[in-house]
Design a protein around this ligand. Structure first.
Ligand SMILES: O=C(O)CCC(=O)C(=O)O
Ligand SMILES: [Fe+2]
Length: 357
């Protein structure tokens, strides 16, 4: 890949800067107050975790991003899936393509994703949390058909499937804790969001960013916001994730913290909270020498969920800022547009924004 392939080249204004800004960085939040509660899985006494809720609320407002430590996910689960992911990507392209994602599967291997119509310098392997996962067949509003999506598991490494399934249970536990914290921080009942995830459309992705001969021109993932409810990301020690700081629009490097998870607010929280919390743009830089691996868990509601500002969070002085939309239709629209270069931007939540006039 010595030649510069124009498909990967970012417009000049979106290219990474030669100097990175570490600044004070995104907030680091210690979840250990949850571990000292007698019932950590149901936050029964919000007053005991008042400070934690404040921290979470502030991080969601000011950054849309934070890291968590003492999160309760056993380190060996994470190490096992990280090793499996490395082994999978180390195989030949021919081997990896045996589990290639196609139009009908919602999962598998692919290396042709585009973000904002520029190809990403990465290869990925996706798997669904629920089997089957129900997704609408088409983005047409009148078409009620749904498909049953299942996973494509590779033969090698042989323990990838088990490691993945084990890891996902841990991700769900952490996700539900975070969902409760976020609900409480918005002055909602702890379980306010739980029902939406009954038939979840959540997804885990293995990202592999190979070394890049022109890291000043390309990106591992172009600037974007995550469309779902929230994302729990495990990044390795290489680093490359950058978050757009809300105060001044600068791209801030997220310093790898061993055994921490990076949490970000997705578009759905932004809409449900009527913009109290914001889904923030992020991107991934690649580098000349080192390959990088990351594993995001995208926590997403059931396909039939209608996304609109929550009744409790709107009033006359704070009217709804979005028109309702159907999550499954939104997802299908996005999926159809991400695998090829197009001339227009794909569907975004601002397309549902109510005009303030
Ligand atoms: O690899 C990373 O650090 C982040 C990846 C990401 O933002 C995504 O896959 O949505
Ligand atoms: Fe992302």
């Amino acid at each position: 890949m010595g030649e510069v392939d124009p498909a990967f080249i970012q417009d000049p204004e979106h290219r990474p800067k030669p100097s990175i800004i570490q600044a004070e960085g995104i907030p680091l939040i210690d979840l250990s107050p949850l571990n000292t509660q007698e019932a950590a899985d149901s936050i029964s006494d919000p007053s005991a975790i008042k400070d934690l809720l404040k921290e979470i609320g502030k991080a969601c407002k000011d950054w849309g991003f934070f890291q968590v430590i003492n999160h309760g996910v056993p380190l060996d689960r994470r190490q096992r899936i990280e090793v499996a992911s490395r082994k999978f990507f180390a195989q030949s392209l021919e081997e990896k393509r045996k589990v290639s994602r196609d139009q009908t599967s919602g999962a598998g291997y692919y290396d042709t994703e585009h973000t904002k119509n520029v190809r990403d310098w990465k290869e990925v392997f996706d798997f669904l949390v629920e089997e089957p996962t129900l997704i609408p067949v088409s983005q047409e509003p009148d078409d009620d058909q749904v498909t049953h999506r299942t996973n494509l598991w590779p033969e090698n490494p042989p323990d990838l499937r088990e490691a993945s399934q084990e890891y996902v249970r841990e991700m769900e536990k952490l996700a539900y804790k975070l969902v409760e914290l976020i609900a409480l921080s918005l002055d909602l009942p702890a379980k306010r969001f739980h029902g939406f995830f009954k038939d979840q459309t959540s997804l885990v992705r293995f990202n592999h960013y190979p070394p890049c001969p022109y890291p000043h021109l390309a990106l591992g993932v172009g600037r974007h916001k995550d469309p779902g409810f929230l994302t729990i990301l495990a990044q390795d020690d290489v680093g490359g994730l950058e978050v757009k700081r809300k105060t001044d629009g600068e791209w801030i490097w997220v310093k790898p913290t061993p055994d921490a998870y990076i949490i970000n607010v997705g578009d759905i929280i932004q809409v449900w909270s009527n913009d109290a919390y914001e889904s923030v743009e992020h991107r991934v830089m690649v580098n000349f020498e080192r390959e990088r691996f990351s594993i995001p868990f995208f926590f997403n509601p059931a396909h039939y969920t209608i996304i609109e500002p929550l009744q409790e969070l709107i009033n006359e002085r704070n009217p709804p800022k979005y028109r309702p939309y159907n999550w499954g239709k939104f997802l299908v629209n996005r999926k159809n547009s991400n695998l090829k270069k197009q001339n227009v931007e794909n569907l975004q939540i601002y397309h549902f924004k109510v005009s303030q006039e």
